[in-house]
Design a protein around this ligand. Sequence first.
Ligand SMILES: NC(=O)c1ccc[n+]([C@@H]2O[C@H](COP(=O)([O-])OP(=O)(O)OC[C@H]3O[C@@H](n4cnc5c(N)ncnc54)[C@H](O)[C@@H]3O)[C@@H](O)[C@H]2O)c1
Length: 380
Amino acid sequence: MRDESLILEMMLDHTPSTFVLGPLAGLELSRFVPNPPPVYILDQLVAEMHPAWLEQIQNNCTNCEQRTLLVQGGEQFKSLNQLEKIYQWLSEQALTRDGTIVAIGGGTVLDLVGLAASTWRRGVNFVSIPTTLLAMVDASIGGKTALNTAGIKNPVGSFYPARGILADVGFLGTLTCSDWRNGMAELVKTAAIGDAVLFAELHAARKKLNKTLGHSEADQPVPGILGALPWGDWVGRAATVKVNLVNRDFKEKGPRKALNLGHTLGHVLEAHSHQSDKPLSHGQAVAIGMAVVFRIAAERNLCPVPQALEMIQLLEACGLPVTWPAPPVDLLETLLAGDKIVSARSGLSWVLPERIGKIKVDAKVQPAELLRWLEAPEEG
Ligand SMILES: NC(=O)c1ccc[n+]([C@@H]2O[C@H](COP(=O)([O-])OP(=O)(O)OC[C@H]3O[C@@H](n4cnc5c(N)ncnc54)[C@H](O)[C@@H]3O)[C@@H](O)[C@H]2O)c1
């Protein structure tokens, strides 16, 4: 675990946003909260599992219970209905334009509460405390907020950076295996995009990863995992990659698109699978998406074959899937056409690896290629 704090500064559309990683990061909260005192919206599971940490976060809070809204995290939380409930509660709190909302939870809580913060009174101060691996390395950084509607994932949202992001890997000890795997998919993605040394370290640690994540029950915690691997170091390095990307390209016009590696196909597989009896989690869908684009890139001689194999080995070591039954081509085309990454002018934009640490954005991929590489190909 990391002993010292890591502080990463962003300037996103003239708005400062600071990521702090370290022990007792919650103590930094007051730095990001001007008067009046904040309101807190937090994941109920986190409240139950980490009461002492919350006490620390809320140590200067008077009438704390009244100023705290407990919500149930998970994809179903990112709905218009839940947003309306948050607005109702903010109204009861009489939260004015100079107020602050502190969100504590995984990516789903941060996405929706961030959207509420960006729209309530046309934007109030927002601070986020990510409590899942995925939220620490990805969702909390870069100011994207979202909800799901019209059967589509994340079509509504805003760019609204949190003033402060306070991450402490101590929260991760209570995650289920499935949530660890979801986070690993994004951690591996981030390393593959921008830190080849981190990717090599993750690949070298694949036996340990496999021991902890490879065979555990998805809905059970993973005893011992927190101390077994250098999570603080890995989270800090992945966060650094994302911070650098969003600092260069806040509104996703160019380099930030690299973060969609594996997501173009992943999103549609995830949405489609939820109509079946085998729903995919976000991380599982992204893992399949990454495996497919690495295979396509290797076949096109864009990316070295051994690197594509390393990616697949690493994902499999984490207990993530790398293949999926291919849907009929016309269904795949319809699903892809409904995805948010479609641009009216240029059609679907794909992110392909050129090698670990170097990514090509705005590539073109044909549905037939996807189908060819979705189902168990021979891998040496
Ligand atoms: N905004 C962005 O840039 C961005 C980037 C990537 C992903 N996302 C979004 O993030 C979401 C996924 O986030 P997630 O994987 O954190 O899922 P999540 O928020 O659903 O959290 C997963 C589960 O873990 C529980 N939980 C949270 N913290 C915990 C803890 N410390 N201990 C035990 N349980 C805990 C939650 O209650 C939930 O059941 C998706 O909706 C995705 O679209 C957003």
